[in-house]
Design a protein around this ligand. Structure first.
Ligand code: MN
Length: 252
């Protein structure tokens, strides 16, 4: 099996090393990852300047672009053939609920899927990875077992899997729950400040995050000490509205 590993935290991140070590038990691993952090870049594609791949070892490339750029370059130029799976992560921090709309980690998996390759995004739900980096690397073997299981599933072709690992020692992880996306409510995520010249600026991010989620949500699973696996698809069509409002245009 040929696997592409990428991320949004950059090629030097602890998380991608953990992912690569876990994936190596499954097959031939190729790494094509951003040369710096690209968190919250979502599904952005670099259109206005060129991107340059630099080889950092055998089957290992860094790119001065976004996670989406990396997947595109990997599949269409850098890899000797199409990967059987795109694996993205392990992200430093959770990607649950609405996070998936901002996440570069999840977007890389979406790009894989839109290129027709089954894809899995993996995130480590710790709030401070500097404190919890060892906990992440301690989960390498657990992640290897999980990935072996997930890549063997026979899922519809339009499925991507969004995995969140609880920040626990591996023997304290209770198991796996298949979940749906919860809802995140950010408060104070915009901080007004002054620049050195006294002009007003804003720093986006931080703040406290509250969540609301059903018992079968990703948030609840991780809070309960389980690995959360949420099946996602790219089609954002609201089918309930589509089928219930078939005639709304007729009065126009
Ligand atoms: Mn990230």
């Amino acid at each position: 099996m040929r696997l592409l590993c990428t991320n949004d935290d950059g090629i030097l991140a602890v998380g991608i090393e953990t992912l690569v070590r876990a994936a190596e038990s499954l097959g031939e691993v190729h790494v094509v990852a951003p040369d710096r952090e690209q968190s919250a870049t979502s599904h952005s594609l670099t259109l206005h300047h060129p991107v340059r791949p630099v080889q950092r070892g055998e089957r290992r490339w860094q790119v001065d672009g976004t996670p989406t750029d990396c997947v595109l370059l990997a599949v269409q130029a850098l890899m000797p053939g199409r990967p059987d799976f795109v694996l993205s992560g392990v992200n430093h921090g959770q990607n649950m609920g609405e996070d998936v709309l901002y996440s570069g980690t999840v977007a890389a998996a979406m790009e894989g899927l839109s290129l027709g390759i089954p894809s899995i995004a993996v995130s480590f739900a710790a709030t401070d990875l500097r404190a919890d980096a060892q906990r992440l690397t301690d989960q390498t073997e657990l992640l290897a077992r999980l990935l072996a299981h997930l890549v063997a599933l026979r899922l519809p072709a339009d499925t991507l899997l969004n995995v969140n690992l609880p920040p626990l020692p591996p023997d304290a992880v209770k198991g796996v729950r298949v979940t749906r996306l919860g809802r995140r409510v950010y408060s104070n995520s915009l901080t007004p400040m002054r620049d050195p010249w006294g002009r007003q600026i804003f720093w986006i991010g931080g703040g406290s995050a509250e969540w609301s989620g059903e018992p079968d949500s990703d948030f609840q699973a991780v809070r309960d000490g389980y690995i959360s696996v949420t099946p996602l698809r790219l089609d954002l069509t609201h089918y309930d509205v589509l089928t219930s409002q078939e005639s709304w245009w007729r009065d126009l």
